[in-house]
Design a binder for this molecule. Structure first.
Ligand code: NAP
Length: 372
């Protein structure tokens, strides 16, 4: 039996993931909707491939069944167009499902299928790329340190241009603005709703709220009712994001989206091997217990992580998570990376350093060293 069908295998990230999976000895079936792209990759990598589009649920289920795999790893984004048909196909065929989405609505809709997945005895594990693995594990670690926490603030400092596919995904999600968890409910807020100066681990810098999938997964993993996610943003980008509040209805209109996505296609394929090698990210998190009276101070725990380039973490996270799912290390039902593998999962990925520069909840004093 083959092990994993990688859908979107010839996309920028899909191709990197496939090569890493084959290097690690996984049996891979390549898949996507473009027959020529699949055939080319099959010829080069000398592994089996299947061509199928995602419009017809019967075709998708037949293709997954016919591939005779234990797991589908979906790398085809925007996932708002691809996750639902592949999850449905996995539910119908009793196949585990993993993806690398970072889109809140996709994670929320997969969470809604938890009981169906439990009944089918399969794992639905979205978001095993950089977003959300790093912050999800950091959130779980903070919740372990401060179990009474009622709020989590999480942030990422990573300045590097994304791939075309990521740009297309951001454009596709433009009309959603921002999002946070408040009192246990996902709430829509304006883009760049809050600005905060954060010491990510290489100096204090300005960050703005971002609606990444980490908002949802941190809430599901820890049960903490309030979650806000920030990303480091230089001034021009902060201004553009704030302007987006007024431009969102325009950006979201179909003709404009199509034009932007076409333009994005001319930009660049994705970060070069050189920039992936040199890149790094800092991830920061703060758990807070709000005091209920004036006498007692609020309590806080802060922790940090340093990781290789986000695309490196995405490839390693996706392959590591898939291996663990294939080895039945994940429970059935909807799962988050840290929820099912624990807060140490990210530390098992090559080049990740943490948790460092932590503060104790009682005193706010720093207790651990900063990596060089
Ligand atoms: N979680 C993370 O940290 C993380 C990190 C990196 C990337 N990502 C996400 O991963 C996704 C892929 O990124 P990328 O750089 O690899 O993009 P890409 O090079 O554009 O590849 C996208 C792939 O998805 C396929 N695809 C898109 N829409 C489809 C549809 N409706 N039906 C079937 N196939 C479809 C494309 O096939 P065609 O060529 O046939 O259209 C292509 O194979 C993006 O959504 C990106 O945001 C997440």
């Amino acid at each position: 039996m083959s092990q994993v069908l990688v859908y979107g295998s010839y996309g920028f990230v899909g191709d990197l993931i496939v090569r890493e999976a084959i290097d690690r000895g996984l049996e891979v079936v390549l898949a996507g909707r473009d027959p020529e792209a699949v055939a080319e990759q099959v010829e080069e990598l000398e592994v089996p491939g299947r061509r199928f589009a995602l419009d017809d649920p019967d075709v998708v289920a037949e293709a997954i069944d016919g591939a005779d795999v234990d797991c589908v790893l979906n790398c085809a984004g925007p996932f708002s167009n691809t996750a639902e048909p592949l999850v449905e196909g996995c539910l119908r065929t009793g196949t585990d499902y993993v993806d690398i989405t970072g889109e809140i609505p996709v994670i929320e809709s997969i969470a809604d299928r938890d009981s169906e997945a439990e009944n089918a005895d399969i794992t639905l594990l979205p978001a095993v790329g950089f977003s959300v693995v790093a912050m999800d594990c950091l959130a779980a670690h903070l919740a372990d340190r401060l179990p009474e926490a009622d709020a989590l603030a999480l942030g990422v400092d990573s300045l590097r241009p994304p791939s075309i596919g990521t740009v297309r995904t951001v454009i596709e999600g433009a009309e959603d603005g921002g999002a946070v968890y408040r009192d246990g409910t996902l709430e829509h807020v304006p883009a760049a709703w809050r600005t905060r100066r954060i010491d990510f681990g290489r100096g204090t810098r300005p960050a703005v709220t971002m609606p990444t999938g980490d908002v949802s997964t941190a809430h599901y993993t820890t049960g903490v009712p309030n979650v806000t996610v920030y990303a480091l943003m230089p001034q021009p980008a902060r201004a553009a994001l704030k302007a987006h509040r007024y431009l969102a209805p325009i950006v979201a209109s179909r003709p404009i989206q199509e034009t932007l996505k076409t333009l994005a296609g001319y930009v660049r394929e994705g970060p070069s091997p050189w920039s992936r090698k040199l890149g790094s990210t800092y991830v920061w998190g703060e758990a807070t217990v709000d005091s209920t009276d004036d006498e007692t101070p609020d309590r806080q725990a802060v922790s940090r992580l340093k990781t290789p380039d986000a695309y490196v973490v995405t490839v390693n996270g996706a392959v590591e998570a898939t291996e663990r799912v294939l080895e039945s290390e994940a429970e059935s039902g909807f799962q988050t990376p840290a929820g099912t593998f624990g807060s140490g999962f990210v530390l098992d990925l090559e080049g990740v350093e943490g948790y460092f520069d932590e503060t104790t909840p009682e005193s706010g004093t720093r207790v651990v060293d900063v990596p060089s």
